[in-house]
Design a protein around this ligand. Sequence first.
Ligand SMILES: [Zn+2]
Ligand SMILES: [Zn+2]
Length: 144
Amino acid sequence: MSALLVSVFGFFATSLMFYLNHRFVGHGPLGKWPLLHHIKRLHLIHHRNDYNENRNKHLLLPFWAKLMFITAFLLISVISLSFATGCIAYVLYYGWLHHKMHNDDQAGYCSKHHYTHHRKSAKHNFSGTMPFIDKLFGTDLKSA
Ligand SMILES: [Zn+2]
Ligand SMILES: [Zn+2]
């Protein structure tokens, strides 16, 4: 398989991992587990400050989370640098779009999808930047 295809696969595999983490850790029973409860706590703080003046303070990842991503990238890159590059590309893409959705893009398709998760139903629209994943898993709630 070409390096580019492997990167694209890493990109979408990470978006799926993000969806599963958001659904089952951020809002689900796995968020009670040791270590994972830190992720859930951070996510709930993000929900409490989603569109207020403190929102950007809670969009930034803490040091331990950045360290976790860098460690994962290094470990995965030992197996496949292309796959790891796709993974990190998704993390950066998500960080950029999520920040944009909470700041200066309220009208975009993904922004509306994410706003619905924040303000209408935290049991839907977990994918953040990839609405088709919610459609695949039946957790899509149409935006207003
Ligand atoms: Zn958000
Ligand atoms: Zn959430």
